[in-house]
Design a protein around this ligand. Sequence first.
Ligand code: ADP
Ligand code: ZN
Length: 621
Amino acid sequence: MTRSSRPAAADVLHEVFGFRAFRPLQGEVVEHVSAGGDALVLMPTGGGKSLCYQVPALTRSGTAVVVSPLIALMHDQVRGLVQAGVRAACLNSSLDAEEVRRVEQDLLAGRLDLLYCAPERLLGGRMLDLLGRIDLALFAIDEAHCVSQWGHDFRPEYLQLSVIQERFPRVPRLALTATADERTKGEIARRLGLETARHFIGSFDRPNIRYIVAPKNNARQQLEQFLRREHPEDAGIVYCLSRRRVDETADWLQRQGRDALPYHAGLAQAERQRNQQRFVNDDGVIIVATIAFGMGIDKPDVRFVAHLDLPRSLEAYYQETGRAGRDGLPANAWMVYGHQDVAMLRQLLAESSAPDERKRVERQKLESMLAFCEGTGCRRQQLLAYFDERLDQPCGNCDTCLWPPRTWDATEAARMALSCVYRTGQRFGVAHLVDVLTGKDGDRVRQLAHDRLSTWGIGKAHSAREWRSVFRQLLAFGYLTVDADGYGSLCLTERCRPLLRGEASVTLRQDPEKRSRRSADLGRRFVDAATRELWDALRARRRRLAEEQGVPPYLIFHDATLQAMVEQRPQTMAEFAALPGVGETKRQRYGEAFLQVLSGDGALPAESATGGGVASSGSGS
Ligand code: ADP
Ligand code: ZN
């Protein structure tokens, strides 16, 4: 096929993927690579990296080879492309000999637009020879940070991918990742021979994610309220630090009537896989997980990520929260944290057998995480600043923007708290110290004769909750540290001196009262019952089509497309084709099925009728 007969990028975008316009950086990458250039692309999760190589794969002649580290991701991508009418296949260890043979035949016969390939498979001499015999459109190396030995996802095979450049110097190559930091970027460029390639660096802002950080009082109750108010039936991820907490939380959510499943390294492989499958394929499943969960899951409609424990670093926080809202629709990143978290993470660090240099780096990361939590400025500005990106205005979509925190001069209270630590011998944790300060009578206080200390009851002006907040912040800001005795005892640090001597003051954040009045409105989708029923009916139809084909519902259509159906109420094929996410193949395949649901004045199709009987409002928006 001659070059001139290849389609234009804009036509591919529209006809195959159903989108009107490229995102800013995406358009530039596509143009550059379509014209044969090499590229290094850094874009956040959900930024639209896939189209950066999928579109050039179709505008250029020959087959595009995509290196991808995870079988699950590969399958997902291939099935999504096939849904859109693209000739795509994958080669990895999950295929049997017969399947491999078929893919290879298709490849040699020029019947593939895209071939996804595991790195070890690509590097086998046989595969390289095969590729030498065909017309190649480009090489895309996805999750390119796997080449970095410093990251968590290091894959030794990735180091050998430099062979691509040696064997196929004329074929354009692009590497893509959502990892932002300079060091990783440098390593990718060096190891994959992309120093002279054009670098495309996107903003790492995820504007559709609302960041909320709240002091931990009663974590479960707080989670329960958050879910009830904002995500009564959405899919999401709840992160906890320990396996035990994962199991307990999943159990508890189940008892609350939620479809919640645990995920951690202590579960049998089969169970983990089953739970992950349920999360991907069913609507509204909550996964409760340790950090082990997430990589290799591209589910676009995760509506919330909740942290019940503090992540170790802002990198981890950004990565984990980034799993929410890949589809660009509003999503919540919600976290509660308390002095227990600070104590625990500090202690883990102290006990760690890592080399000092490493410990120092980790300690700094934890400090940054804590400063973020206790900060009073816009969360998004803080988060982006950490990744060296400037956001000029406060975002208006985080807790500190929505509910600006008040601060107070806590010098006096801080002195009381620190004296109390000192007078009790630096051997007690927050709970006991708060008892002493508030003058709470109890056996333990009496046994220890702490009711005779000068600090006993001097803090009655503040509630126990306020004192916990003070201790949390003193810990976070480094006035206090945690003893490595395993009991969470607090000790003073050097930083206390000027404060105790009356030479320094301290301003703390006032923890917000309950926010019950103002349930954050995440742009609820449904204005009335009829709209809601239409939404449910569309989802039911999508689910049925997905089950028939054994694919996750989002591969039929994303929520964004269903939402556009609800808003625009298309009645004809032409109107249907204009929806975002509806390309030519999907229009042909699914147009009828959804138009059926959409017609009939919002009435329900028989299979999903649940006895609604609500008259259509006829509201078109
Ligand atoms: P990434 O790989 O960077 O995490 P994806 O390639 O999965 O992101 O894209 C994220 C989401 O954005 C997907 O739902 C995709 O369909 C959507 N998307 C990508 N590009 C566009 C575009 N130009 N217009 C509309 N939606 C887009
Ligand atoms: Zn903000």
